[in-house]
Design a binder for this molecule. Structure first.
Ligand code: NVA
Length: 279
């Protein structure tokens, strides 16, 4: 049966571990000049309805390095922009390509594509989730900290798609995660409930960024207005006062704290220039 990746709750802990092991192995071998063409003859479609730099290039180069072929489609260039039903597009693409990665606004659209496709569908970001981002972030944490157990992770900022995927990952992997958001921009109760009551001993929520970063090994932030919310930025600047990841806030974190940001960053808003450019 095909398997989709729409949110990190689609994965079991063993799936995460298999992905990390495989990715670390492939990365190491690639660095040694061993090119594993395990996707020879396979094609990945990319339907992108929002801007992308890193995610698109990551998918495209991964396909090329593994011997496969990416096919990028801006929604504007497809019949989706002329209101072709998602189900029809999904069915016909399933007959040509082997896998589909999709970036769009409404999470329900990737669910519709997944339900109508006979090929796996990967969420490359929706308004709700950004699962691939967090998979690669945890791999980065493994590379720098030797693992993810006993690593205290603090989210500081908006309760957005990236934050939601962190909460999902924390519930499956048992991560020690503390999420700090302004009251009106907190991760929604629906996302919190999906983690299950048992997860609440290792996932905590606060409106105080100083509390969240206390002794944190990793401090993570993201923009205060995500794609599609740009008009709200002015109001949000006031709401997020005190949530900037800067040198002062980080004095409370572990001395060897790693600062992470999914990028693109807005220097002087969610993160100071000094912290973003620091080692
Ligand atoms: N929260 C951001 C992530 C960008 C990679 C956005 O959705 O715009």
């Amino acid at each position: 049966m095909k398997k989709d990746l729409l949110s990190l709750l689609d994965l079991e802990k063993t799936d995460f571990e298999d992905l990390f092991d495989r990715a670390l192995q492939l990365k190491k071998r690639y660095a040694q000049g061993i090119h594993d063409r395990v996707l020879t003859g396979k094609s990945l479609g990319l339907i992108f309805d929002k801007k992308s730099t890193r995610t698109r290039i990551a998918f495209e180069t991964a396909m090329i390095q593994l011997g496969g072929h990416p096919i990028y489609m801006s929604t504007q260039d497809t019949q989706i922009s002329r209101n072709e039903p998602a189900e029809d597009t999904a069915r016909v693409l399933s007959r040509y390509i082997d896998c589909l990665a999709m970036r769009t606004f409404d999470h329900a659209l990737v669910e519709t594509f997944a339900a109508a496709s006979s090929i796996p569908v990967i969420n490359a970001l929706t308004d709700w989730f950004h699962p691939c981002q967090i998979l690669s972030d945890i791999m980065t944490i493994i590379e720098h900290k030797g693992g993810y157990q006993n690593v205290k992770i603090a989210w500081v900022g908006d309760g957005n798609n990236v934050a939601n995927s962190w909460v999902n990952a924390a519930s499956v992997l048992g991560l020690n995660l503390m999420v700090a958001c302004p009251e009106n921009h907190m991760v929604t109760q629906q996302i919190i409930n999906a983690s299950g009551a048992d997860a609440m001993d290792h996932i905590r929520f606060t409106t105080d960024p100083k509390e969240a970063v206390k002794h944190a090994d990793v401090v993570y932030t993201d923009v205060w207005a995500s794609m599609g919310e740009e008009d709200e930025l002015e109001n949000r600047l006031a709401a997020f006062d005190g949530f900037q990841v800067n040198k002062d806030l980080l004095t409370r974190a572990a001395p060897d704290v790693l600062v992470m940001h999914c990028l693109p960053a807005h220097r002087g808003e969610e993160i100071s220039e000094q912290v973003l450019e620091a080692p």
